[in-house]
Design a protein around this ligand. Structure first.
Ligand SMILES: *Cc1c(COP(=O)(O)O)cnc(C)c1O
Length: 499
């Protein structure tokens, strides 16, 4: 069996699942989508007795049918066995009245691990169909994707990876995680500008004709590890099902009952995975889209106007400091009934004029499934303090943004059971968390502060973060926008020369 994936901007660009994963992005700059997604609903009863890996296998088999059952099984096993610090992979934790789905138990302590432990395995299987080809992965990161991609892709044969993070745009620990990474196929660069700059430059490279021509005759494919790659998105659908089934097991809900999820959102990958879970039959009433002060998404879901012409704010939830949410394009495709010409027009307008406005009936339709709101740095810190005081649960700032948005929604709208997606360990953002809990914090280095937080709250520091203290900094190069293309060319030449 196969699935066909086409570009959001051109229905006649069609590729197989394995090719879509290998390429990451369609050659016209669109994202790969599968029009058949959700035609067959998944049978929830089947999941009741399954553990995380078993659930992942059944769901991925449906979504990525080009892969054989044994390929999927092996990929899932490699991705989730002994790589997470809990057998459950994504435990559902109750603190007071709230449910948190903890997605940060992987090797880099953020939710990106769920997709990025699996994507390289899938890509390797895709690559087996081409005996001589190599892959150059280009990653723009707002902090967490970078390290998670390095972990996922390190030392994988015939694949090299280059990560670009915004200089001064990540937390200190996030930066250290990347700059200390040692492997034989990885490169890391600080890029001048914001995450959006990094992301749009990499996207532009993919569509640049001189760049493409230079490598046209060579056995190389350029790809991405951002959530624009469906090989990363698909694994993220799994944990929505997992959370739901935990609630059924705990008798907090009955099978079939609708619940809400609240998702701290940046590039709209995580939220889109939730929407896809709903399309596949998971009983979700509403998806709550939580942003920080960079709230182009909140405005979009409230008005139907997406406008990136606004002041960029550096907030204490830096992984959501994003003005252009790439994956929204997939949602537009779905809600416009697969009208790729319409999506292409909108995206072109966003690129040229900085904004677009969608048709009112589509906005109304979206509002039936999505609710969006945002939260300031101050309220985020207040939420961290409030939940810790009341329930002794430590939230990271991204999780806290979502928690706050959920609380407000429940007060104003309806209070059915809602799961907050907890996307990072609080120890990745110890400065903010300490400030929230203890007011002023000791002016010390990152590691002393983590120790302080651990002693005060009685919670353990993830091992991978402790280990950073002893690692030398290996990647120190800083690039201007103008240098990016040349750097990628050099790295690609090196990869091609390798045996
Ligand atoms: C990446 C990230 C987000 C945003 O997720 P998207 O899929 O880009 O919407 C939220 N929180 C944390 C901690 C992240 O690393």
């Amino acid at each position: 069996m196969t699935n066909v994936w086409n570009s959001t901007r051109n229905n006649s660009i069609r590729v197989s699942t394995k090719t879509a994963i290998l390429q990451g992005l369609a050659r016209d700059g669109g994202l790969f989508v599968c029009s058949d997604l959700g035609k067959n609903k998944l049978d929830l009863e089947r999941f009741v007795l399954k553990n995380y890996s078993q659930m992942a296998q059944s769901i991925l088999k449906e979504l990525l049918p080009d892969y054989t059952e044994s390929e999927i099984a092996l990929a899932v096993q490699t991705a989730y066995t002994n790589t997470f610090d809990t057998k459950e992979v994504t435990p559902l934790v109750r603190a007071g009245e709230a449910y948190f789905l903890e997605l940060f138990h992987g090797p880099t302590s953020a939710f990106k691990d769920i997709g990025l432990q699996l994507l390289p395995q899938l890509m390797s299987f895709s690559l087996q169909e081409y005996s001589d080809k190599k892959v150059m992965i280009l990653v723009a990161t707002s902090g967490d994707t970078g390290k998670a991609s390095l972990e996922g892709f390190q030392n994988i044969p015939r694949i090299a990876i280059a990560v670009f993070y915004p200089k001064d745009g990540t937390s200190q620990i996030q930066q250290l995680q990347m700059t200390t990474h040692r492997a034989n196929n990885t490169a890391v660069f600080a890029l001048q500008g914001t995450f959006d700059d990094a992301q749009s430059q990499i996207k532009a490279l993919f569509c640049d004709s001189t760049f493409q021509q230079r490598f046209a005759q060579m056995p190389i494919t350029f790809s991405t590890a951002n959530s624009i790659n469906i090989g990363r998105l698909a694994p993220q659908i799994v944990y929505y099902f997992y959370a739901y089934m935990q609630l059924v097991k705990q008798r907090a809900i009955t099978l079939g009952e609708e619940i809400n999820f609240c998702i701290p959102t940046g590039n709209f990958g995580n939220a889109l995975a939730g929407y896809y879970a709903r399309r596949l039959g998971l009983p979700i009433h509403k998806l709550l889209i939580a942003s920080n002060e960079n709230h182009s998404l909140t405005d979009f879901f409230q008005t139907g106007i997406y406008d990136r012409r606004r002041t960029f704010h550096k907030t204490n939830s830096p992984s959501m400091d994003i003005l252009i949410s790439s994956n929204l394009e997939r949602l537009l495709y779905d809600f416009s009934e697969h009208d790729s010409a319409y999506v292409a027009t909108l995206m072109n307008q966003l690129d040229k004029e900085g904004f677009y406005r969608i048709k009112q009936p589509i906005v109304k339709q979206m509002q039936k499934t999505f609710y969006a709101d945002y939260c300031s740095d101050e309220l985020c810190k207040q939420a961290i303090r409030e939940v810790f005081t009341r329930s002794h649960y430590v939230m990271d700032p991204h999780t806290a943004v979502a928690y706050k948005v959920m609380k407000r929604y429940q007060k104003r709208k309806e209070s059915r059971l809602c799961v907050v997606l907890s996307t990072a360990s609080p120890y990745k953002f110890s400065q903010t968390v300490c400030e929230a809990l203890y007011g002023s914090v000791p002016q010390t280095d990152e590691f002393t502060r983590m120790q302080f937080l651990s002693e005060k709250t009685g919670t353990p520091i993830p091992k991978n973060l402790v280990a950073l203290q002893k690692k030398p900094i290996l990647h120190k190069t800083e690039l201007t926008k103008a240098q990016l293309q040349k750097t990628v060319m050099q790295l690609t030449d090196q990869l091609l020369l390798q045996k």
